[in-house]
Design a protein around this ligand. Structure first.
Ligand code: SP5
Ligand code: ZN
Length: 341
C-alpha cells in the first residue's frame, strides 16, 4: 500500500498541552509520525510519496472562511499582543452568551476553540495545511483506482469542526478527503472512525447530509473526551437522519466486544452502498495508551484491518490519534497489513 506523508508535520511542535491543571509536554508530538514511518519502511509496506498541493479551495469546501483565516493569522496576533506562552483561550462562548467573534486575539481563541488542551503555535497552520494536502492526495489516489492508500496525516483532524479546533486537531483531514471524493464523482462516501475518541468534528460536519455516512466506535462520552458529543441517540438530522451511527463503549472494553461493534458498523457501511470508505485511523484504543481506556492488543489491529478489507471497498486510511509512541508504528501498520492480507 502506498503511503502519503509530508515532512512539514514537524512544524507542529507545541511545547505545551493543558492537562490535569498543568502545562505538560504534548501527547500529540512529532515522533508519533516518525515512528509510524519507520515501521512502514521496516515492514516494506510500499512507497512513501509526498503530497500534491491542491491549495485552499478544497479546505474551504469544509471549513468556514473566518476560521481558516483565524488559523492562518492567530500566531502573529498572539505574539504582537506580547504574550509569552503558546496561544490558548481564557473565555468560551457557552450557554446564553453572544456568538460573535471578538476583535482581540484572546477572545478569538475562545470563539474558535472547542477544547482548550490544544495550544496554537508558530508553524501549526503550515503543518495542518500540509496534513490536509496529505489527505487530499490520498483521496486522489482512490479516485485514480487504488484499492487502498494510507494518508499519514499529522496533526490529526477528527476533532476539527467546520469552525472550531480542539483535541489536537485543526483541519478535518478525513472530512476534506470525503468531500473531494464526492466532488470528483463519488455519490456516497462512508467514514468509519475507529479512534478511541468520538469524531465529534466529523459527525457535526456531515450531520445533516445523506451523501456521507459517519460511523464512530469510541469511549462513552459520559466518561471521556470529547464529552459533549458521541451518544448513541445522535443519529443525524433532516436529510441526514439515519446517516450517523455512534457506538459508545465503557472503560475496559476488550477487542472481543469492540469487534462486535465493528461488525455492526461495517454492516451499516455495507447497507449504505458507499463508493469509497475512509477510515479515521486512531490507534489510541491500544491497551497501553496513556489517555484512553480500551484494551486492544497489537495483534488485534491486524484482525481489525482484515475485517475492514472484507467490505471490498476502495479504502483510504487517514491517521488520527494514538499516544503510546513506542507501539504506534506497530499498531497502525498492523491495521494496514491486516487490510492487505
Ligand atoms: C486525535 C485525538 O486522539 N485527540 C484526543 C484529544 C484528547 N484531549 C483531551 C485529553 C484529556 C485526557 N484525560 C485523560 C485522563 C486519563 N486518566
Ligand atoms: Zn483519539
Amino acid at each position: 500500500m502506498e503511503t502519503i506523508f509530508s515532512e512539514q508535520h514537524r512544524l507542529r511542535d507545541a511545547k505545551t498541552e493543558f492537562f490535569g491543571g498543568e502545562l505538560i509536554a504534548p501527547h500529540e508530538k512529532p515522533s508519533r509520525a516518525e515512528y509510524v514511518l519507520e515501521r512502514i519502511k521496516k515492514r516494506q509496506l510500499g512507497p512513501v510519496s509526498d503530497p500534491q498541493d491542491f491549495g485552499l479551495d478544497p479546505i474551504h469546501t469544509i471549513h468556514d472562511a473566518g476560521f481558516v483565516n483565524f488559523l492562518q493569522t492567530i500566531w502573529g496576533e498572539w505574539t504582537t499582543a506580547g504574550f509569552k506562552g503558546e496561544a490558548m483561550p481564557t473565555a468560551l462562548p457557552v450557554r446564553r452568551m453572544a456568538q460573535t467573534c471578538p476583535n482581540f486575539v484572546e477572545g478569538k481563541l475562545g470563539f474558535y476553540a472547542n477544547s482548550v488542551e490544544t495550544s496554537l503555535t508558530q508553524g501549526t497552520w503550515q503543518a495542518a495545511y500540509a496534513s490536509a494536502q496529505v489527505a487530499l492526495t490520498g483521496a486522489a489516489r482512490l479516485q485514480a483506482g487504488a484499492p487502498g492508500v494510507f494518508s499519514l496525516c499529522r496533526p490529526p483532524g477528527h476533532h476539527a469542526f467546520a469552525d472550531s479546533y480542539g483535541g489536537f486537531c485543526f483541519l478535518n483531514n478525513a472530512a476534506i478527503a470525503a468531500q473531494s471524493l464526492l466532488d470528483q464523482g463519488a455519490a456516497r462516501v462512508a467514514i468509519l472512525d475507529v479512534d478511541f475518541h468520538h469524531g465529534n468534528g466529523t459527525q457535526d460536519i456531515f450531520y445533516n447530509r445523506e451523501d456521507v455516512l459517519f460511523v464512530s466506535l469510541h469511549g462513552d462520552p459520559l466518561e471521556t473526551f470529547p464529552y459533549f458529543l458521541g451518544h448513541a441517540d445522535e443519529t443525524g438530522k433532516g436529510a441526514g437522519e439515519g446517516y450517523n451511527l455512534n457506538i459508545p463503549m465503557p472503560a475496559g472494553t476488550p477487542f472481543r466486544i469492540w469487534r462486535d461493534a465493528l461488525r455492526v458498523g461495517l454492516e451499516k457501511v455495507r447497507n449504505f452502498g458507499a463508493d469509497a470508505l475512509i477510515i479515521s485511523l486512531g490507534v489510541d484504543t491500544f491497551e497501553n495508551d496513556p489517555i484512553s481506556f480500551f484494551k486492544l492488543k497489537s495483534d488485534d489491529f491486524l484482525t481489525m484491518g482484515g475485517d475492514i478489507a472484507k467490505l471490498g471497498l476502495p479504502t483510504q486510511f487517514v491517521m488520527e490519534g494514538g499516544y503510546d509512541v513506542d507501539e504506534i508504528g506497530v499498531n497502525a501498520v498492523n491495521v494496514l497489513e491486516g487490510f492487505e492480507q
